[in-house]
Design a protein around this ligand. Structure first.
Ligand code: NMX
Ligand code: MLT
Length: 434
């Protein structure tokens, strides 16, 4: 058993009695009330999920296993000479709650490297897509195609005991994460580089290897570490996390659950917003003939968009009520490495002008930027200008968090998810009775 799996096993054994006790002795403790507004309004704020892997405070932002993002970036070990930590270290932290040491990380790097080879049929499926297919569609399909490899399915059919479900789920998760950089970079080369590929380098960490296969020089590897780490998890209620959990709750394997999760991420209100930010900015750039607009000119573009009945992509959030710390981390990296890039200047002006406008507009509950407002700046600067591809990067990062959640879901025996629906008649009667 690998060091990570052994540690995880111990943590699971320690944790199980806590969940069992809560269920057995305190199962009927009331934790929330639900209003008609919440039922019709997308269940905002309804406390109905449990995860120990991350928690989102509306004003502070995300914590991974209790650590803020700046703490995660400070505490996790980094490859020699690099400023961004190993993504493998984050996976270790999310799974176990422990900050790993160098040797524990090196084991995980080796584990992923050993599992990175992609079966031939996955390349063939990607090759068979018609032109102009969206990279997220190809990404999701490639993941689902791998489902025939599921170790969980084999063990399930062999009659594995329920309490051991987490074990083959862990194996599936490791195998899938290890293969994602190859899948994503192959899709990139197929769509945008006439199929010209760079072979993977087994001596690199997962983010370094992805940057290498994308054919991008340093510090694109640093941008990749940063990207995968900040996208990994955002507690359990967001659409991608919730979808992954929901599908996995049927005992569908990791491949089916993550492919579904990727489909949820592919909507413009969720992960696709990072592509939409660049598409919107492209429109502004075209109108400006490439010149950086003044604040007044940018305000006019923002108002024109709102008055046309459109959203400002990259701004607003269902939970956050402050600037997203994932935006701030990327902004700080941009200020350090690419402050003079015109694309950064565009986004910097947006940071100044959009929040007051959204306040004046009076609809959005949170006028501040979310992570998607800044992601494309880094990609664009380092030469990944095909913005349709940006959500695939979100998908790789998010897989790290959601697979960790699914492994724990299995370990703690969380059941099939099945909330209750009501009819409009019923809601009207309840409203009258009040
Ligand atoms: N631009 C214009 N209008 C907005 C924006 C925005 N950026 N954000 C919210 N609103 C509107 C929203 O459409 C709604 O209008 P209506 O009453 O006409 O339906 C109203 O403000 C109230 O919405 P909220 O309660 O503030 O936001 P909600 O929780 O429903 O949705 C988002 C959250 C993130 C979907 C929303 O802010 C949005 O559409 N933002 C732009 C897209 C985006 O950046 N999505 C990425 C989010 C992060 N991620 O990666 O998932
Ligand atoms: C996410 O990272 O999933 C987004 O910020 C959306 C959310 O948390 O609702």
């Amino acid at each position: 058993m690998s060091g990570l799996k052994e540690t995880l096993y111990k943590k699971i054994e320690e944790h199980r009695p806590r969940t069992q006790k809560l269920l057995k002795e305190h199962g009927d403790v009331v934790i929330d009330e639900i209003t008609i507004g919440q039922v019709i309004g997308g269940m905002r704020g309804v406390k109905s999920l449990v995860t120990d892997i991350s928690y989102l405070d509306p004003n502070e932002g995300i914590r991974y296993r209790g650590y803020t993002l700046p703490e995660v970036f400070e505490l996790l070990p980094k490859p020699v000479g690099k400023e961004m930590p190993y993504v493998e270290g984050l996976f270790y932290l999310l799974l176990t709650g422990d900050i790993p040491n160098e040797s524990q990380i090196s084991d995980v790097v080796d584990e992923f490297s050993k599992r990175r080879i992609l079966p031939r049929y996955v390349y063939e499926v990607i090759d068979s897509f018609p032109c102009c297919s969206h990279p997220m569609t190809m990404f999701s399909t490639a993941i689902m195609t791998l489902q025939r490899e599921s170790f969980f399915v084999k063990k399930y059919h062999a009659g594995i005991n329920k309490k051991d479900y987490w074990d083959p789920t862990y194996e599936d998760a490791m195998n899938l994460i290890a293969k994602l950089p190859e899948i994503a970079s192959y899709i990139y080369s197929k769509l945008y580089q006439d199929g010209k590929r760079i072979q993977s380098n087994p001596n690199l960490d997962i983010a370094g290897n992805f940057a290498h296969m994308m054919g991008k020089d340093d510090p694109y590897d640093e941008v990749t570490r940063l990207n995968f780490i900040i996208h990994a998890d955002h507690e359990s209620g967001n659409v991608s996390a919730h979808t992954g959990h929901l599908v996995a709750s049927t005992l569908a394997d990791v491949y089916l659950a993550i492919s579904s999760m990727v489909n949820g991420l592919a909507g413009p209100l969720h992960g696709l917003a990072n592509q939409e930010v660049l598409r919107w900015l492209q429109g502004v750039m075209d109108k400006m003939g490439g010149e950086v607009p003044s604040e007044d000119e940018m305000k006019q573009f923002v108002w024109d968009t709102l008055n046309g009945g459109h959203l400002i992509p990259g701004f607003g959030h269902a939970v956050l009520r402050k600037t997203d710390p994932r935006y701030t981390v990327q902004r700080e990296f941009s200020l350090k490495h690419l402050a003079d890039d015109p694309i950064f200047k565009y986004v910097d002006i947006l940071y100044k002008v959009v929040p007051p406008i959204l306040r004046e507009h009076g609809k959005a509950k949170n006028p501040w930027p979310n992570l998607d407002a800044q992601t494309g700046v880094l990609q664009w600067h380092y030469g990944v200008r095909e913005y349709d591809f940006y959500t695939v990067l979100f998908g790789i990062g998010r897989t790290i968090g959601i697979t960790a959640n699914i492994i724990w879901d299995r370990a703690l025996g969380y059941p099939l998810e099945r909330p209750k629906s009501l009819t409009t008649d019923m809601l009207e009667k309840m409203a009258q009775q009040k």
